[in-house]
Design a binder for this molecule. Structure first.
Ligand code: LLP
Length: 381
Protein backbone atom coordinates (compact mmCIF):
# COMPACT_ATOMS: atom_id res chain seq x y z
CA UNK A 1 0.00 0.00 0.00
CA UNK A 2 1.32 3.42 -0.95
CA UNK A 3 0.77 5.94 1.87
CA UNK A 4 -1.48 8.97 1.33
CA UNK A 5 1.54 11.18 1.89
CA UNK A 6 3.43 9.43 -0.90
CA UNK A 7 0.42 9.69 -3.24
CA UNK A 8 0.15 13.43 -2.56
CA UNK A 9 3.88 13.83 -3.12
CA UNK A 10 3.63 12.07 -6.51
CA UNK A 11 0.79 14.34 -7.63
CA UNK A 12 2.79 17.41 -6.55
CA UNK A 13 5.98 16.21 -8.21
CA UNK A 14 4.65 14.82 -11.50
CA UNK A 15 1.31 16.62 -11.86
CA UNK A 16 -2.11 15.14 -12.59
CA UNK A 17 -3.70 13.20 -14.17
CA UNK A 18 -1.11 10.64 -13.13
CA UNK A 19 -0.97 6.86 -13.16
CA UNK A 20 0.91 5.43 -10.19
CA UNK A 21 1.89 1.80 -9.71
CA UNK A 22 2.94 -0.07 -6.60
CA UNK A 23 5.76 -2.53 -7.36
CA UNK A 24 4.93 -4.52 -4.23
CA UNK A 25 1.32 -5.05 -5.42
CA UNK A 26 2.57 -6.24 -8.80
CA UNK A 27 4.92 -8.71 -7.14
CA UNK A 28 2.14 -9.86 -4.80
CA UNK A 29 -0.24 -10.51 -7.70
CA UNK A 30 2.42 -12.53 -9.50
CA UNK A 31 2.99 -14.45 -6.28
CA UNK A 32 -0.72 -15.26 -6.12
CA UNK A 33 -0.74 -16.47 -9.72
CA UNK A 34 2.30 -18.64 -9.12
CA UNK A 35 0.99 -20.12 -5.91
CA UNK A 36 -2.37 -20.96 -7.51
CA UNK A 37 -1.06 -22.25 -10.83
CA UNK A 38 2.16 -23.87 -9.60
CA UNK A 39 4.28 -25.02 -12.53
CA UNK A 40 2.19 -23.31 -15.22
CA UNK A 41 4.02 -21.03 -17.62
CA UNK A 42 2.87 -17.43 -17.27
CA UNK A 43 2.54 -15.22 -20.36
CA UNK A 44 1.58 -11.69 -19.30
CA UNK A 45 -0.95 -10.11 -21.70
CA UNK A 46 1.02 -7.00 -22.67
CA UNK A 47 -2.12 -5.11 -23.76
CA UNK A 48 -3.17 -4.72 -20.11
CA UNK A 49 -0.25 -2.40 -19.45
CA UNK A 50 2.69 -2.27 -21.83
CA UNK A 51 4.96 0.10 -19.89
CA UNK A 52 8.52 -1.12 -20.41
CA UNK A 53 9.45 -0.72 -16.73
CA UNK A 54 6.62 -3.09 -15.77
CA UNK A 55 7.55 -5.50 -18.56
CA UNK A 56 11.18 -5.43 -17.48
CA UNK A 57 10.20 -6.28 -13.93
CA UNK A 58 7.99 -9.18 -15.08
CA UNK A 59 10.69 -10.41 -17.45
CA UNK A 60 13.21 -10.45 -14.60
CA UNK A 61 10.72 -12.53 -12.61
CA UNK A 62 10.66 -15.15 -15.38
CA UNK A 63 7.33 -14.21 -16.94
CA UNK A 64 6.76 -14.50 -20.73
CA UNK A 65 4.66 -12.18 -22.89
CA UNK A 66 1.46 -12.63 -24.86
CA UNK A 67 1.60 -10.13 -27.74
CA UNK A 68 -1.07 -9.17 -30.25
CA UNK A 69 0.69 -6.65 -32.47
CA UNK A 70 4.07 -5.84 -33.99
CA UNK A 71 4.36 -3.09 -31.39
CA UNK A 72 3.83 -5.47 -28.49
CA UNK A 73 6.30 -7.95 -29.98
CA UNK A 74 8.81 -5.08 -30.22
CA UNK A 75 8.21 -4.25 -26.55
CA UNK A 76 8.82 -7.89 -25.55
CA UNK A 77 12.05 -7.86 -27.56
CA UNK A 78 13.02 -4.53 -26.00
CA UNK A 79 13.03 -6.06 -22.52
CA UNK A 80 15.00 -9.09 -23.70
CA UNK A 81 12.25 -11.70 -24.17
CA UNK A 82 12.58 -14.29 -26.93
CA UNK A 83 11.93 -17.93 -27.79
CA UNK A 84 9.49 -19.69 -25.52
CA UNK A 85 8.95 -16.48 -23.54
CA UNK A 86 6.94 -14.91 -26.41
CA UNK A 87 3.48 -15.86 -27.64
CA UNK A 88 1.93 -14.17 -30.68
CA UNK A 89 -1.84 -14.04 -30.69
CA UNK A 90 -4.59 -12.23 -32.57
CA UNK A 91 -7.41 -12.85 -35.02
CA UNK A 92 -5.89 -10.95 -37.97
CA UNK A 93 -2.11 -11.15 -37.79
CA UNK A 94 -0.21 -9.27 -40.47
CA UNK A 95 2.81 -10.50 -42.45
CA UNK A 96 5.12 -8.25 -40.44
CA UNK A 97 3.81 -9.75 -37.21
CA UNK A 98 4.53 -13.33 -38.33
CA UNK A 99 8.01 -12.20 -39.38
CA UNK A 100 8.73 -10.34 -36.11
CA UNK A 101 7.47 -13.31 -34.09
CA UNK A 102 9.56 -15.75 -36.13
CA UNK A 103 12.70 -13.64 -35.63
CA UNK A 104 12.21 -14.01 -31.88
CA UNK A 105 11.39 -17.72 -32.11
CA UNK A 106 7.90 -17.07 -30.72
CA UNK A 107 5.01 -19.52 -30.53
CA UNK A 108 1.92 -18.57 -32.56
CA UNK A 109 -1.70 -19.02 -31.58
CA UNK A 110 -3.63 -20.00 -34.70
CA UNK A 111 -7.02 -18.32 -34.73
CA UNK A 112 -8.49 -19.57 -38.06
CA UNK A 113 -7.89 -22.43 -40.52
CA UNK A 114 -6.27 -20.25 -43.20
CA UNK A 115 -3.48 -19.27 -40.84
CA UNK A 116 -1.82 -22.67 -41.21
CA UNK A 117 -0.67 -21.56 -44.65
CA UNK A 118 0.53 -18.18 -43.42
CA UNK A 119 2.78 -19.30 -40.54
CA UNK A 120 6.54 -19.00 -41.02
CA UNK A 121 8.09 -22.42 -41.88
CA UNK A 122 8.61 -24.74 -38.92
CA UNK A 123 6.52 -22.69 -36.47
CA UNK A 124 5.37 -23.85 -33.08
CA UNK A 125 1.65 -23.29 -32.76
CA UNK A 126 -1.37 -23.60 -30.53
CA UNK A 127 -4.90 -23.69 -31.90
CA UNK A 128 -7.40 -21.32 -30.33
CA UNK A 129 -10.74 -22.98 -29.68
CA UNK A 130 -13.97 -21.03 -29.51
CA UNK A 131 -15.99 -23.02 -26.96
CA UNK A 132 -19.25 -21.25 -27.93
CA UNK A 133 -20.21 -20.30 -24.39
CA UNK A 134 -21.95 -17.24 -23.00
CA UNK A 135 -19.97 -15.78 -20.09
CA UNK A 136 -20.77 -13.46 -17.21
CA UNK A 137 -19.12 -10.26 -18.36
CA UNK A 138 -19.84 -7.20 -20.51
CA UNK A 139 -20.64 -8.18 -24.11
CA UNK A 140 -17.57 -6.36 -25.39
CA UNK A 141 -15.39 -8.47 -23.12
CA UNK A 142 -16.79 -11.90 -24.05
CA UNK A 143 -14.57 -13.69 -26.57
CA UNK A 144 -15.75 -17.30 -26.36
CA UNK A 145 -19.37 -16.86 -27.38
CA UNK A 146 -20.72 -18.60 -30.46
CA UNK A 147 -21.03 -15.36 -32.38
CA UNK A 148 -17.58 -14.03 -31.53
CA UNK A 149 -14.80 -13.64 -34.10
CA UNK A 150 -12.23 -15.62 -32.10
CA UNK A 151 -10.86 -19.11 -32.56
CA UNK A 152 -11.98 -22.13 -34.53
CA UNK A 153 -15.00 -24.27 -33.72
CA UNK A 154 -14.45 -27.46 -31.72
CA UNK A 155 -15.38 -29.43 -34.87
CA UNK A 156 -12.57 -27.75 -36.83
CA UNK A 157 -9.87 -28.49 -34.24
CA UNK A 158 -8.74 -31.98 -35.37
CA UNK A 159 -8.43 -30.79 -38.98
CA UNK A 160 -6.37 -27.72 -38.03
CA UNK A 161 -4.01 -29.77 -35.84
CA UNK A 162 -3.57 -32.26 -38.70
CA UNK A 163 -2.97 -29.48 -41.23
CA UNK A 164 -0.33 -27.91 -38.97
CA UNK A 165 1.57 -31.20 -38.73
CA UNK A 166 1.28 -31.89 -42.46
CA UNK A 167 2.71 -28.42 -43.16
CA UNK A 168 5.78 -29.19 -41.03
CA UNK A 169 4.81 -27.08 -38.02
CA UNK A 170 4.82 -28.26 -34.42
CA UNK A 171 1.23 -28.43 -33.16
CA UNK A 172 1.86 -27.88 -29.46
CA UNK A 173 -1.71 -27.93 -28.28
CA UNK A 174 -4.88 -25.94 -27.69
CA UNK A 175 -5.69 -22.45 -26.47
CA UNK A 176 -8.84 -20.93 -25.04
CA UNK A 177 -9.62 -17.44 -23.76
CA UNK A 178 -13.28 -16.84 -23.05
CA UNK A 179 -13.18 -13.15 -22.19
CA UNK A 180 -12.08 -10.62 -19.62
CA UNK A 181 -13.11 -9.42 -16.16
CA UNK A 182 -14.95 -12.71 -15.60
CA UNK A 183 -16.29 -13.06 -12.08
CA UNK A 184 -18.00 -16.40 -12.21
CA UNK A 185 -15.60 -19.35 -11.84
CA UNK A 186 -18.15 -21.68 -13.40
CA UNK A 187 -17.61 -19.93 -16.77
CA UNK A 188 -14.03 -21.19 -16.71
CA UNK A 189 -15.03 -24.70 -15.64
CA UNK A 190 -17.49 -24.89 -18.53
CA UNK A 191 -14.89 -23.75 -21.07
CA UNK A 192 -12.18 -26.07 -19.78
CA UNK A 193 -14.62 -28.98 -19.78
CA UNK A 194 -15.47 -28.27 -23.39
CA UNK A 195 -11.77 -28.40 -24.22
CA UNK A 196 -11.31 -31.65 -22.32
CA UNK A 197 -14.18 -33.05 -24.37
CA UNK A 198 -11.94 -32.79 -27.44
CA UNK A 199 -9.47 -35.34 -26.10
CA UNK A 200 -11.03 -38.37 -27.81
CA UNK A 201 -10.75 -36.54 -31.15
CA UNK A 202 -7.22 -35.13 -30.79
CA UNK A 203 -5.36 -37.35 -28.29
CA UNK A 204 -2.60 -36.21 -25.98
CA UNK A 205 -1.00 -32.79 -26.44
CA UNK A 206 2.06 -30.98 -25.10
CA UNK A 207 0.35 -27.73 -24.03
CA UNK A 208 -3.02 -26.50 -22.85
CA UNK A 209 -3.14 -22.68 -22.74
CA UNK A 210 -6.18 -21.50 -20.79
CA UNK A 211 -5.70 -17.77 -21.43
CA UNK A 212 -6.51 -15.14 -18.82
CA UNK A 213 -9.71 -13.25 -18.13
CA UNK A 214 -9.72 -13.53 -14.34
CA UNK A 215 -11.47 -10.67 -12.56
CA UNK A 216 -9.44 -8.92 -9.87
CA UNK A 217 -11.24 -10.81 -7.12
CA UNK A 218 -11.46 -14.13 -8.96
CA UNK A 219 -11.05 -17.42 -7.10
CA UNK A 220 -7.64 -18.26 -8.55
CA UNK A 221 -7.13 -21.56 -6.73
CA UNK A 222 -10.54 -22.70 -7.98
CA UNK A 223 -9.83 -21.72 -11.59
CA UNK A 224 -6.38 -23.31 -11.36
CA UNK A 225 -7.83 -26.59 -10.09
CA UNK A 226 -10.17 -26.79 -13.08
CA UNK A 227 -7.41 -25.81 -15.52
CA UNK A 228 -5.06 -28.45 -14.17
CA UNK A 229 -7.79 -31.07 -14.41
CA UNK A 230 -8.32 -30.23 -18.10
CA UNK A 231 -4.57 -30.21 -18.82
CA UNK A 232 -4.16 -33.60 -17.19
CA UNK A 233 -6.76 -35.09 -19.55
CA UNK A 234 -4.34 -34.32 -22.40
CA UNK A 235 -1.21 -35.09 -20.38
CA UNK A 236 -0.36 -31.47 -21.21
CA UNK A 237 1.61 -28.73 -19.48
CA UNK A 238 -0.45 -25.69 -18.49
CA UNK A 239 0.08 -22.14 -19.83
CA UNK A 240 -1.81 -19.06 -18.63
CA UNK A 241 -2.10 -15.49 -20.00
CA UNK A 242 -3.20 -13.13 -17.22
CA UNK A 243 -3.32 -9.42 -17.95
CA UNK A 244 -5.70 -7.65 -15.59
CA UNK A 245 -5.03 -9.88 -12.58
CA UNK A 246 -1.33 -9.06 -12.58
CA UNK A 247 -1.51 -5.28 -12.90
CA UNK A 248 -5.00 -3.92 -12.13
CA UNK A 249 -4.66 -3.56 -8.38
CA UNK A 250 -1.11 -2.25 -8.64
CA UNK A 251 -2.34 0.85 -10.48
CA UNK A 252 -4.17 4.00 -9.37
CA UNK A 253 -5.19 7.02 -11.40
CA UNK A 254 -4.68 10.27 -9.49
CA UNK A 255 -6.83 13.16 -10.60
CA UNK A 256 -7.55 16.59 -9.12
CA UNK A 257 -10.91 18.19 -8.54
CA UNK A 258 -11.43 21.14 -10.87
CA UNK A 259 -14.77 22.17 -9.39
CA UNK A 260 -18.36 21.11 -8.84
CA UNK A 261 -21.71 21.83 -10.40
CA UNK A 262 -25.30 20.78 -9.92
CA UNK A 263 -27.44 20.19 -12.95
CA UNK A 264 -29.94 17.34 -12.72
CA UNK A 265 -27.21 15.60 -10.74
CA UNK A 266 -24.36 16.73 -8.51
CA UNK A 267 -21.08 16.56 -10.40
CA UNK A 268 -17.49 16.66 -9.26
CA UNK A 269 -15.44 17.70 -12.28
CA UNK A 270 -11.93 16.30 -12.51
CA UNK A 271 -8.83 16.77 -14.64
CA UNK A 272 -9.02 13.12 -15.78
CA UNK A 273 -11.80 11.55 -17.80
CA UNK A 274 -12.47 9.27 -20.74
CA UNK A 275 -9.15 10.12 -22.37
CA UNK A 276 -7.23 8.82 -19.34
CA UNK A 277 -9.58 6.00 -18.21
CA UNK A 278 -12.02 4.85 -20.86
CA UNK A 279 -13.33 1.76 -19.07
CA UNK A 280 -16.27 3.33 -17.21
CA UNK A 281 -17.53 4.88 -20.45
CA UNK A 282 -16.83 1.89 -22.70
CA UNK A 283 -17.87 -1.00 -20.48
CA UNK A 284 -19.74 0.64 -17.61
CA UNK A 285 -16.78 -0.49 -15.50
CA UNK A 286 -16.80 0.45 -11.83
CA UNK A 287 -13.54 1.58 -10.25
CA UNK A 288 -13.25 2.38 -6.55
CA UNK A 289 -12.92 6.13 -5.91
CA UNK A 290 -11.27 7.51 -2.78
CA UNK A 291 -10.97 11.15 -1.77
CA UNK A 292 -7.56 12.10 -0.39
CA UNK A 293 -8.96 15.18 1.35
CA UNK A 294 -10.89 15.34 4.59
CA UNK A 295 -13.72 17.30 6.05
CA UNK A 296 -17.17 18.42 5.05
CA UNK A 297 -20.24 16.16 5.31
CA UNK A 298 -20.40 13.29 2.84
CA UNK A 299 -22.67 13.57 -0.15
CA UNK A 300 -23.14 11.39 -3.23
CA UNK A 301 -21.52 12.66 -6.44
CA UNK A 302 -20.99 11.68 -10.05
CA UNK A 303 -17.36 12.10 -11.08
CA UNK A 304 -17.09 13.56 -14.59
CA UNK A 305 -14.13 14.42 -16.78
CA UNK A 306 -13.37 17.50 -18.86
CA UNK A 307 -14.35 16.14 -22.29
CA UNK A 308 -17.20 17.55 -24.33
CA UNK A 309 -19.06 14.22 -24.23
CA UNK A 310 -21.91 13.30 -21.91
CA UNK A 311 -20.49 9.80 -21.49
CA UNK A 312 -17.29 11.18 -20.03
CA UNK A 313 -17.85 9.83 -16.52
CA UNK A 314 -15.35 8.14 -14.22
CA UNK A 315 -17.88 7.01 -11.62
CA UNK A 316 -21.47 7.47 -10.53
CA UNK A 317 -22.98 7.85 -7.06
CA UNK A 318 -19.73 8.08 -5.12
CA UNK A 319 -19.96 9.25 -1.49
CA UNK A 320 -17.34 11.99 -1.00
CA UNK A 321 -16.62 14.60 1.68
CA UNK A 322 -17.38 18.15 0.45
CA UNK A 323 -15.15 18.52 -2.62
CA UNK A 324 -12.42 21.14 -2.64
CA UNK A 325 -10.82 22.41 -5.86
CA UNK A 326 -7.38 20.83 -6.16
CA UNK A 327 -8.40 17.94 -3.93
CA UNK A 328 -7.04 14.59 -5.06
CA UNK A 329 -9.12 11.59 -6.02
CA UNK A 330 -7.59 8.14 -6.30
CA UNK A 331 -9.29 5.91 -8.87
CA UNK A 332 -8.36 2.36 -7.95
CA UNK A 333 -7.83 -0.92 -9.83
CA UNK A 334 -6.67 1.18 -12.76
CA UNK A 335 -3.39 -0.57 -13.54
CA UNK A 336 -4.92 -2.71 -16.29
CA UNK A 337 -6.37 -1.23 -19.48
CA UNK A 338 -6.07 2.27 -18.01
CA UNK A 339 -2.92 3.87 -19.37
CA UNK A 340 -2.89 1.38 -22.24
CA UNK A 341 -6.28 2.57 -23.49
CA UNK A 342 -5.70 6.26 -22.86
CA UNK A 343 -5.95 8.46 -25.93
CA UNK A 344 -4.99 11.86 -27.24
CA UNK A 345 -8.57 12.74 -28.18
CA UNK A 346 -9.07 16.50 -27.81
CA UNK A 347 -5.26 16.83 -28.09
CA UNK A 348 -5.08 15.87 -24.45
CA UNK A 349 -1.58 14.65 -23.68
CA UNK A 350 -1.54 11.18 -22.18
CA UNK A 351 -0.71 11.13 -18.46
CA UNK A 352 2.64 10.52 -16.84
CA UNK A 353 3.24 7.20 -15.04
CA UNK A 354 5.23 6.67 -11.86
CA UNK A 355 6.32 3.52 -10.02
CA UNK A 356 6.56 3.31 -6.22
CA UNK A 357 9.40 1.00 -5.33
CA UNK A 358 11.71 0.76 -2.36
CA UNK A 359 10.11 3.77 -0.70
CA UNK A 360 10.57 6.14 -3.61
CA UNK A 361 8.96 7.33 -6.81
CA UNK A 362 10.43 6.66 -10.21
CA UNK A 363 8.97 8.35 -13.28
CA UNK A 364 8.41 5.55 -15.82
CA UNK A 365 6.68 7.60 -18.51
CA UNK A 366 6.87 11.35 -18.79
CA UNK A 367 3.72 13.30 -19.49
CA UNK A 368 3.07 13.75 -23.20
CA UNK A 369 2.95 17.30 -24.56
CA UNK A 370 0.83 18.79 -27.36
CA UNK A 371 3.91 18.99 -29.66
CA UNK A 372 4.48 15.25 -29.00
CA UNK A 373 0.95 14.70 -30.25
CA UNK A 374 1.34 16.67 -33.47
CA UNK A 375 4.96 15.66 -34.12
CA UNK A 376 3.90 13.24 -36.86
CA UNK A 377 1.78 15.78 -38.74
CA UNK A 378 3.37 16.88 -42.00
CA UNK A 379 2.65 19.00 -45.04
CA UNK A 380 2.57 22.33 -43.19
CA UNK A 381 5.34 24.04 -45.18
N1 LLP B 1 -5.24 -13.70 -23.65
C1 LLP B 1 -5.94 -13.26 -24.71
C2 LLP B 1 -5.96 -14.05 -25.94
C3 LLP B 1 -6.65 -12.06 -24.63
O1 LLP B 1 -7.35 -11.65 -25.67
C4 LLP B 1 -6.63 -11.31 -23.42
C5 LLP B 1 -7.37 -10.06 -23.30
C6 LLP B 1 -5.88 -11.81 -22.35
C7 LLP B 1 -5.20 -13.01 -22.49
C8 LLP B 1 -5.81 -11.10 -21.02
O2 LLP B 1 -7.06 -11.00 -20.43
P1 LLP B 1 -7.20 -10.46 -18.92
O3 LLP B 1 -6.53 -11.45 -18.02
O4 LLP B 1 -6.54 -9.14 -18.87
O5 LLP B 1 -8.66 -10.36 -18.70
N2 LLP B 1 -9.98 -3.55 -22.63
C9 LLP B 1 -10.75 -4.46 -21.81
C10 LLP B 1 -10.10 -5.83 -21.72
C11 LLP B 1 -9.88 -6.49 -23.06
C12 LLP B 1 -9.15 -7.78 -22.97
C13 LLP B 1 -8.75 -8.30 -24.30
N3 LLP B 1 -8.06 -9.54 -24.26
C14 LLP B 1 -10.98 -3.84 -20.43
O6 LLP B 1 -10.61 -2.70 -20.23
O7 LLP B 1 -11.57 -4.48 -19.58
Amino acid sequence: MISLTALRAAADQFGTPLYVYDAAELDAALGQVRSAFGEARVYYAVKANPNLSLLRRLHAAGVGFECVSAGEIARAREVGASGDRVLVNGPAKLPGEYAAGARLGATFVVDREEEVGLLPPGSRALVRVNPALAVSTHDHLATGAAGSKFGVTPAQVPGVLRALREAGHTALGLHVHIGSAIRDASDFSAAFARLAGLHPAVGNLEVLDVGGGWGVDADLPGIAREARAAASVFGAGLWVEPGRYLVARAGTLLTRVVGTKRTGRPFVLTDAGMTELLRPMLYGAEHPVTALWQGGPEEVWDVAGPACESGDLLARDVPLPAPVPGGLLAIGEAGAYGASMSSTYLTRPRPAEALWEGGEWKLIRRRETPPDIWAMETGLE
